[in-house]
Design a protein around this ligand. Structure first.
Ligand code: CUA
Length: 329
């Protein structure tokens, strides 16, 4: 599937189709702003058309009409005063709606919240699901799962440059700034797949820094989280076992972690449960064997500038590696 074809079938990324209470508040503010500004636009256009329609027509021989210079223009001043008052009232109304929306966004109850620490990297997302019990914490990348109806508190960090988290169906934007910590809260009220996008230019692959958010019923979320907490099962068949050796003893382990193995690299995404994810390359390609093979061999040609180096593996080693990665459910 080409990138373009994939984009057409990609999950929802649409601020006008809110799937959570925070996005509903923002959607209402947008609708109010659009409606009011639309009215002002129509009124200004109407006034222009009226002025054109009633303007006296003349030609080159018409003498200039200078009467208005000596006349008091009470009607004009009244109209300007009314228009100024209406504009001020409209702007104050929008300001009030804006403040009200900010307060509504901040009021999301956080009881029983899911805590996620999300770090922006050039050009992928690192997620750590936090827990009061450190043994229950786990890492993943580029794909969040969240339970429908439960609040999510996301702590935002950046590793290298400024990124911005934006999941339009669920919330507005928030910057991720190196050396600083910010938080954002959201709640999905409708199950579905929502596409998040980095919204701050962060380098050559900024546009291809996507985050998939799967909102699912609480039981499905808890089952997913329980699987993520476990180390990947040791591969049973010989090919996958050989693949694990390629992974752990070769280049992969320098940058990637697979929990339960000696591969503990932190430069790139945690791959402990790679096979459970829907996409690779931060939302760029479906997680299929062919894409994965191309990605491992030559990531630069698929996502130019990405920090992952090419890997000239022997064909047998590549097949073994792919077989192993497919066991990381
Ligand atoms: Cu990260 Cu733009």
């Amino acid at each position: 599937m080409s990138l373009h074809a994939y984009a057409l079938t990609a999950p929802l990324q649409d601020a006008l189709r809110p799937a959570g209470i925070q996005a509903v508040h923002l959607g209402n503010l947008w609708n109010l702003t659009l409606g009011l500004c639309g009215l002002v636009f129509a009124a200004v256009l109407g006034a222009c058309l009226y002025a054109l329609w009633r303007a006296p027509r003349g030609d080159a021989g018409t003498a200039p009409d200078l009467r208005s210079l000596a006349q008091p223009e009470r009607r004009v001043w009244r109209a300007i005063a009314w228009a100024t008052a209406a504009s001020t009232l409209g702007l104050l109304g929008l300001l009030a709606a804006d403040v009200w929306t900010s307060r509504a966004l901040a009021r999301l109850p956080l009881a029983d919240a899911v805590n996620i620490e999300l770090t922006g990297h050039q050009w992928w997302w690192e997620a750590r699901y936090l827990d009061a019990d450190p043994a229950r914490e786990f890492m993943t990348a580029n794909e969040l799962h969240i339970p429908v109806g439960r609040p999510v508190l996301v702590t935002l960090r950046a590793d290298d440059v400024i990124h911005t988290l934006w999941i339009p169906n669920l919330q507005g934007k928030k910057d991720m700034i190196p050396g600083r910590t910010a938080t954002i809260t959201l709640r999905a009220d409708r199950a579905g797949s929502y596409r998040g996008q980095c919204a701050e230019f962060c380098g050559v692959e900024h546009a291809l820094m996507a985050l998939l958010v799967e909102a699912e019923p609480n039981a499905a979320y808890e089952a997913w989280a329980a699987r993520q907490r476990e180390a990947a099962p040791a591969p049973r068949d010989a090919l996958a076992q050989r693949g694990r050796a390629v992974f752990v003893n070769g280049n992969c382990a320098r940058c990637h972690t697979v929990a339960g193995t000696d591969a503990q690299g932190r430069m790139g995404p945690d791959l402990s449960h790679l096979a459970s994810r829907r996409t690779i390359g931060a939302g760029m390609f479906p997680n299929k064997r062919g894409h994965l093979a191309g990605w491992i061999a030559d990531p630069q040609s698929l996502k130019p500038g990405v920090y992952m180096p090419p890997n000239a593996l022997a064909p047998d080693d590549l097949q073994a590696l792919l077989a192993y990665l497919e066991t990381l459910k």
